[in-house]
Design a protein around this ligand. Structure first.
Ligand code: 1CP
Length: 342
């Protein structure tokens, strides 16, 4: 059996053409996604209707032939499974009921209860494991505890994660209890994703960059290490991609410190720097600026080739530095893929 290209790269193999997929590859820039989302009615119904969630996961695979499909769901389903209210106000971002006191942390549901809410997600994965082309890798995911906590504490996305930093400063014990509970729930959730057919797990720590100094070690590195160790003990060999977004210099050594098989890079770090300082520890993923998929033009192909060249000395999975935006041109995605594979 020839192994899938993404799994080979995650094992440390340097491939002549890097495998490629794209963060938020199922999304509003695609007319077929907008149609299925309209059919579902709202975003959460799309996440919790396995046939429709599988359909939008498959759409970018059919259109572009990406090397990986990422489960269609959201990192905020875990807070909902822990007992918070979650809704998506039209035209605004997500909204949640908040956790800002020790008693509210203690009142969250236990980790083992998350399956009651998240069972439809596992069904989506089972459909995908059956229907994906045999060469396509199926990626499951969750938010990392710090990033998930920032939404649980603020009840919404925040530019500087101020409310979460304030909670951490005011009641560190309760904050650590919250991180611990999210960590345990995430282990349960991701382990069930692997049982349902996920071949790779990605941990999204979108707000890791706002953790400085020892906080980065305590709340970005340590929870990732705990989750990765638990997953690998339950599912030996399961590869994990960690994305401590905007970690900057702290990308160096992150794979070693957490046990991740691959570190995903945002586009604020230079590919040449990361090739020297991060790729020496193994596979890296990234890191084209998603704005180039809006702008297009010759810079799109130039930058794509420059990133492929910079990482050509070691294992690399081509991706964006963050999610593709709704205003991106679907034709630019095809041009990016041709530049990687051509
Ligand atoms: O209107 C819509 O259709 C909703 C837009 C949308 C989509 C397409 C949201 C709301 N979530 C998703 C899907 C999603 N979210 C995926 C699916 C797989 C794919 O990549 O194709 C994944 C992996 C996520 C992960 C996610 N959700 C993250 C981590 C990655 C990142 O972008 O930094 C975060 C921070 C979220 C929270 C979230 N969900 C949705 C929005 C708009 C946000 C950001 C809110 C904010 O910070 O204000």
């Amino acid at each position: 059996m020839t192994q899938k290209t993404i799994l080979r790269a995650l094992k440390g193999e340097r491939l002549p053409v890097p495998p490629i997929w794209m963060m938020r590859q199922a999304g509003r820039y695609l007319p077929e996604y907008r149609a299925t989302r309209a059919q579902a009615g709202d975003f959460l119904s799309l996440c919790y209707t396995p046939d429709l969630a599988a359909e939008v996961t498959l759409q970018p695979i059919r259109r572009y032939g990406f090397d990986a499909a990422i489960l269609f769901a959201d990192i905020l389903l875990v807070p909902q499974a822990l007992g918070l209210d979650l809704w998506f106000a039209t035209g605004e971002g997500p909204r949640l009921s908040t956790v800002t006191r020790a008693a509210e942390v203690a009142a969250l549901k236990p980790a083992g209860a998350v399956h009651d809410t998240l069972a439809p997600v596992y069904e989506t994965l089972r459909i995908l494991a059956r229907d994906l082309p045999r060469e396509t890798t199926l990626i499951g995911f969750a938010g990392a505890p710090w990033t998930v906590a920032t939404y649980m504490i603020a009840g919404r996305g925040t530019p500087d994660q101020g409310p979460a930093h304030a909670f951490k400063a005011e009641d560190r014990a309760a904050f650590c209890d919250l991180i611990g509970r999210i960590t345990e729930a995430t282990i349960e959730y991701l382990s069930a994703q692997v049982d349902a057919g996920a071949e790779v797990i990605k941990l999204f720590d979108s707000w890791a960059g706002s953790l400085k100094g020892a906080d980065f070690d305590d709340f970005a590195v340590a929870p990732a290490r705990t989750i990765i160790a638990a997953l690998k003990s339950r599912h030996p060999g399961i590869p994990v991609i960690a994305f401590p977004r905007e970690a900057g210099a702290r990308y160096a050594g992150f794979a070693r410190a957490t046990g991740a098989d691959c570190v995903a890079l945002d586009n604020s770090v230079s590919a040449d720097w990361a090739a020297a300082e991060v790729q020496r520890d193994g596979c890296v993923q990234g890191n084209l600026d998603p704005a180039l998929l809006v702008q297009g033009g010759p810079r799109l192909e130039e930058e794509t080739r420059r990133i492929v060249r910079a990482f050509s000395g070691g294992p690399h999975i081509f991706n964006l530095g963050h999610g593709i935006t709704p205003d991106a041109d679907p034709d630019n995605v095809a041009r990016m893929i041709a530049a990687v594979r051509g």
